[in-house]
Design a protein. Structure first.
Length: 70
């Protein structure tokens, strides 16, 4: 059976945790709209380039393997 002091310390530690989270979020330097758009464009472009590269390698190796098996 849990004691009441154990519940108090849990609620105090949770309160302290959320206060620390709030303090850390105040330290964050959030990007402005221009920077966010730029970063998003870079990420999406990188994803597309890497995806196309993997698709091309898969296609080439698949056709090569098909020629070897034939």
């Amino acid at each position: 059976m849990q004691t009441n002091t154990n519940n108090v310390s849990k609620s105090q530690s949770m309160g302290k945790y959320f206060k620390n989270v709030k303090a850390e979020l105040k330290k964050v330097i959030w990007p402005n709209k221009k920077d966010l758009t730029s970063y998003t464009t870079v990420v999406l472009t990188t994803c597309v380039v890497v995806s196309v590269g993997i698709w091309l390698m898969d296609t080439v190796f698949g056709k090569a393997l098909h020629q070897i098996i034939k």
